[in-house]
Ligand binder design. Structure first.
Ligand SMILES: Cc1cc2nc3c(=O)[nH]c(=O)nc-3n(C[C@H](O)[C@H](O)[C@H](O)COP(=O)(O)OP(=O)(O)OC[C@H]3O[C@@H](n4cnc5c(N)ncnc54)[C@H](O)[C@@H]3O)c2cc1C
Length: 590
């Protein structure tokens, strides 16, 4: 099994050159976040994730989490690693300094989060949930609630969970039944939630459950959902832990992957009712939960490049050492010498680079939006909201293809658990399901974010893409010219897909939403490659010390253009179909 090495140079390239952290930092209140500080932070994170977190990935997968009488134990080593994670302040990175956070913003934090997820997805998920809970409370809770709960959550001494799903309410949150009955200053909650990530564990002294529930007179559907904070242990006025609340973990799931991460069924109010505190306004719970979900969706998107990177490193290592076949002189060769193995490795790394850049660029927009409140901030927020379902849907689908290729590069041993390649495939599979399936991301994208404004916001993004293409074409590089030409054609083709879908009835739009999302995803990946190629063109001719790095960037961008971007055209043919065969499909009624 290969050691994980954080791809620092790749991350720095995206942060400093492709996205341009300096630009973001200068335009935000966090002007003191200089490139050197970020690089030092990334170095430290690399050391921590490589040495402390990554070694627990395979053992955690093998040992798994265990439930006994309502208590859950995480695999050996997890508790100690979590303590070190908290002591070193990693949990507080992107949180508000008012509550003890470091306020480094989304872009720099996302690189650290990528390392965590690459090193050990099961471990990383607790951080992802914590961040979502912090963000939801920071933006929506009253001051007394923030004062009582936020500092410990920011520090990581307590952890957060997201409680939406119930057995009858998965994608359809309007079907949630958990009840909340007012009782003086608080509410009592009754109901059952399932599939709750880190819903119970032994890593921290308290767990803060953010729970969607409905009050007795609430409107039906999602308009009647309110958000409640339900602590595992009640918290006294002086901040000390009080009695155990009436919430218990009745089981955890046996899963395909992420074995070390407990996925809990929680029962609220089996006795006197679980005490919960209302967050924000009554019946506005889904809006607040979306704050948490949007961050979590971007984090799920990040799992594509994160696990893809880990699988790539492992495949590359194997391909360099496994000998099969011989060269023209009859000498044995490593499989990396075979053209098809090279192709598979490039397929992996080019898509990892495209996914990483897309997720980081979306995070940058969130930084600009959250730190400058003017019209431009609002525009960037809306573009981030448009990009989030694409990043979530596309990166998690492509991530699966990449980790599967990782198995393929290994041949037969890839299918054998001891090799480790299979774990990445099993772990990656969940990412396109939780935080809303690809189907749900696609309807969010097409119906809520494109059809609703007749594609107006989308067009502003396409203009940005055209500008990036013009900039590359102006560099005068023949390879850059080839890449620019292909992306220009892909943008035009995508515009006609948008026009076609805007003219269709809702049923057709729904049937074609996922192919549309995938077409857009491959286009966005191409856009990132154009930006990467532009920077590469500037540096390959300047004779700098990094020239080989930039030459590799240009080669990867060309590979993406020739081998990956054509998938956008394939999806375009589907998007431009009538979808009649889908709509007429009535299995069992033929
Ligand atoms: C390991 C794991 C961890 C999880 N963690 C959490 C957590 O921490 N908190 C939490 O609240 N939940 C969590 N979940 C639940 C997860 O978010 C849901 O499983 C997911 O949203 C899908 O819901 P469902 O399983 O009920 O599937 P369903 O909603 O039944 O969907 C089944 C299929 O139908 C499709 N479908 C359903 N409705 C539509 C529609 N309107 N349009 C198009 N297609 C549709 C879906 O895309 C899917 O393919 C977790 C699940 C797992 C497995």
């Amino acid at each position: 099994m290969t050691r994980y090495i954080a791809p620092l140079r790749e991350m720095q390239f995206v942060i400093h050159e492709l996205v341009g952290l300096q630009r973001t930092a200068c335009r935000t209140s966090n002007g003191n976040l200089c490139a050197e500080t970020v690089d030092m932070l990334l170095d430290e994170a690399a050391r921590f994730t490589q040495e402390v977190i990554a070694p627990l990935n395979a053992t955690g997968d093998r040992d798994g989490a265990h439930w006994v009488n309502g208590n859950v134990t995480t695999p050996p080593g997890f508790k100690h690693a979590y303590q070190r994670y908290v002591e070193n302040g990693w949990n507080a990175l992107r949180c508000d300094p008012q509550y003890g956070g470091h306020g480094i913003g989304h872009l720099a934090a996302i690189a650290v989060e990528e390392m965590l997820a690459s090193a050990n997805l099961s471990f990383a998920l607790i951080q992802a949930l914590n961040m979502g809970a912090v963000e939801a409370l920071q933006l929506s809770a009253s001051t007394p609630i923030k004062d009582r709960f936020l500092a410990e959550l920011v520090a990581g001494k307590w952890t957060g969970t997201m409680n939406l799903t119930e057995p009858q309410a998965g994608s359809d949150l309007g079907a949630i039944r958990t009840r909340a009955i007012a009782e003086g200053e608080h509410f009592r909650l009754y109901g059952q939630k399932c599939f709750i990530t880190y819903g119970e564990h032994d890593l921290a002294e308290n767990i803060l459950h953010l729970v969607l529930a409905r009050t007795p007179d609430a409107p039906k559907g999602t308009r009647g959902l309110s958000l409640f904070l339900v602590p595992k242990y009640l918290v006294n006025d002086d901040g000390s832990l009080g009695d155990r609340n009436d919430v218990c973990c009745i089981s955890i799931e046996h899963k395909l992957g992420i074995h070390a991460c407990p996925t809990a069924t929680l029962s609220f109010g089996d006795n006197q009712g679980a005490i919960g505190y209302l967050i924000g306004d009554l019946n506005a719970g889904l809006r607040y939960m979306f704050i948490m979900m949007n961050l979590s969706r971007l984090n799920s998107a990040l799992q594509g490049p994160a696990l893809g990177e880990r699988a790539y490193q492992q495949a590359l290592d194997y391909a360099r050492t496994r000998a099969q076949g011989s060269n023209s002189a009859g000498h044995p060769v490593a499989i990396i010498q075979h053209a098809d193995v090279k192709r598979m490795l490039l397929m992996m790394t080019s898509q990892v680079e495209a996914m990483r850049a897309l997720v980081y660029c979306t995070a940058e927009r969130l930084d600009i939006a959250t730190r400058i409140g003017d019209e431009e901030g609002e525009q960037q927020l809306r573009r981030a909201e448009l990009l989030t379902p694409v990043a979530k849907g596309w990166c998690t689908e492509v991530g699966q293809e990449v980790v599967s290729l990782g198995v393929q590069v290994h041949g037969g041993v890839g299918y054998i658990e001891e090799t480790g390649a299979a774990q990445h495939l099993r772990d990656m599979r969940i990412a396109s399901i939780y935080e809303g399936t690809t189907g749900i991301q696609a309807s969010d994208l097409l119906l809520r974010k494109v059809v609703s404004d007749r594609g107006a916001m989308l067009m502003t993004l396409l203009t940005e893409m055209h500008d990036a293409v013009d900039s590359l074409a102006d560099k005068g590089s023949p390879t850059g010219g080839t890449i620019a030409l292909a992306l220009r054609a892909a943008i035009v083709q995508f515009s006609s897909s948008v026009d076609h879908l805007l003219g269709q009835e809702r049923g057709v739009q729904s049937a074609l939403a996922v192919p549309f999302l995938m077409q857009f995803g491959y286009l966005c990946g191409g856009w990132m490659m154009v930006r990467s190629a532009s920077i590469a063109c500037e540096n390959t001719t300047s004779g700098t010390a990094f020239e080989p790095f930039y030459a590799a960037k240009l080669r990867t961008a060309l590979f993406y253009t020739e081998h990956v971007l054509p998938k956008a055209a394939a999806y375009a043919s589907t998007v431009n179909s009538s979808a009649r065969c889908v709509l007429d499909f009535e299995p069992g009624l033929d």
